[in-house]
Write a protein of this length. Sequence first.
Length: 759
Amino acid sequence: MPTFDFFSLLWWGLPLAAAPILIHLINLLRHRKVQWAAMEFLLASQRKFRTRVLLKQILLLLLRIAAVLGIVLTLAQPRLRTALGQLLGGSRTAHVVLLDDSYSMSDLSAGGRIGESSAFDRGKLVVERICEELTAAEGRQELAVGRFSSLTGRKFDIERQTVTPQVVQMVRDELAGLVPSASDCGPREALAAAVEVLGEGTGAADVLWLVSDFRACDWKVADETAQLLRQLSDAGVELRLVDCAFGALGSTGSSADFGASNLSVERLEVVGGVPATGVLVPLEVAVRNNSQNVVRDVQVELREDGASRPGLRIPEIPAGSVAVQRFEARFPQAGSHLIDARVAADAVAVDNTRTAVIAVVDRVDVLVIDGDPRGGGRAADAFYLTAALAPGSGAPTGLRPRIEPPRAITTLDLMAFDCIWLLDVERLDPAEITALEGFARAGGGVVFFMGPRSRAEEINRTLYRDGEGLFPLPLAGPVDLLPEGKNQDPVPDVVVEEHPVVAVLSGQRNPLLDAVRIERFMAVDRSFDDSKEKMPGGVGVRRLLSLRTRAPLVVERPFGEGLVVAVLTTASPTWNNWARANPSWVVVMLEMESHLARVRRRAELLEVGDDFTVTLAARGDESEVDFLIPPDGTIVHQTAAVTPAGTLQATLRATLSAGAYQARWRRLDGSERERVVAVNVDPDEGRLERILREQLDRTLSGVKFQYDSAESLQPDANTFAGVSLVTPLLHALLCVLLLEQLLAYSASYHTTTKPWRYV
């Protein structure tokens, strides 16, 4: 049999159900018998219909008693629990509260303005209200509270336990010291932890409270999140989604969906050049406008190694767009240097700053493999290439070319170089080819220049190998570029394609390239179509330069993590005049070197929450590593351990804040080593666009949930367990009152004749 829980003292009103009986008895006491002969006929008629009248009166009395009971029960708000549920422990209710502490919850916007209360502050108030109401709830209430960031490691801040005043105070104390994290942790890991907690089979009624800001970046495409919520819903868990951002989710987009203007420094990185001492290093900073309004006159503050430097001004950033500004830095000393970019404070502060670590060296070695066994002097390929890469002290590039014969490929440590240039090499041994392919797979750049010694059949057999080898495309052999027709307008021999290396030369007519003449080049096999040939992943051969006949001149193809470029003519003015007093030669060679070396020179990019791992030399480094954590330089000591792969590594787990992290250790010879990396926030978390309610319903299709806003939510202890009977009681009360009126009308006396008329 079902039992009822009454969560109000109004159940004391149940004795009022006896009021109709008392009124009936009182009316009976007031009756006095009066002998009247005219009533005998009426009494006889009454005795005839006595049973019917009595039944109506009893029914009327019962309906009035039921009406009083219905009013009292409705005010008492009872809830139904089955006897089976009580037998299995259904009187217990388990509440799991998941609090979103990703950095978007630090949003201070309130209707497009900057306020004092963040979404996280509102979320903490919701958790406090839930805890307070649970202390007043009947039955055994259990509670577990966890933040998104802590639940990535399946660790609840408050483990599941019975709610007591002491536990509620412990929750208050825990919440008081909490601030939003700098991570982009979404709901998926937190829900996975909730599934583990609520799937213990304790027999308690389960309620999941998801307290978040419901940003579009987390919920528009949330298949795994929806699956976890569907799993909980199918298991009978009551889902309560509480929105802490300003304003409830609407059915149509509005400015409130984005909140106040929020700018994010999305990117700060080196975009070319050589990070060497005394060399101008180009950098780019990108700022995103995460709002629906245009933002004008954005000031970007720059700092270099903690000291201010001239900032940047962005005139305008359209709504939802990214503005990019380029600047240059020159570093006088080798080592790790920090560049910080910052915009003014806005709704979300943590994404207003971004840090880049630039590893500056004295010089960068470039390996040049000269295929001429005699060297060739000032007329050789190597001379013209090295003159472009390192023109002299008047124009420092930071590059230091090293000219070697082909046999050096197997004797040198290729990983000490970022790029390897092979100039008109006649042939390579299998060991040399293997070494080059391993270098390219590891992210190195390789450039092949053709020439008189290059043999197409040898390259196809050993280097191209039907597309499996290092060389980008099959060759047919050297040919002359046919002259133009006499009646045709002059057309430059070289055509610029869409590629970052030659972007500086692109345009309708470029006087630098107009003077370049190509007399001879290595033709591509006619069966090869570079527009159709694709590598795994859909990446294929890409042209940098073409000839006026549309034959390829300079092409590029990925190989492993690196890039391979084939220049189908000579580096020296043998088959062309490009390198002879033409500035475009120097520009393209330097841009190509920077492009090919970008993988090796790419700074390690870490986001908040990632591990910072240092790999040590097992026979050269000590195993003790000190990690310095920003912003105050807190030191965390770690002892390196041998990994399954056999390397010696020390790891700082789950970085918690943005900034520059340092790792320091000693070598066995007593010298000190240091490594610095930049840890930044995920800029996508700063996109404050809210998911629309209709979109949320589509994402969670088939999931039964209740949505509330933090402003309107008033947790009621009487609603935390069982099934509410208020609505069915109101319906039943309405039916009882209608039946009572109909029966009262039927049981009463009514005149059926017309009133007397006096004539």
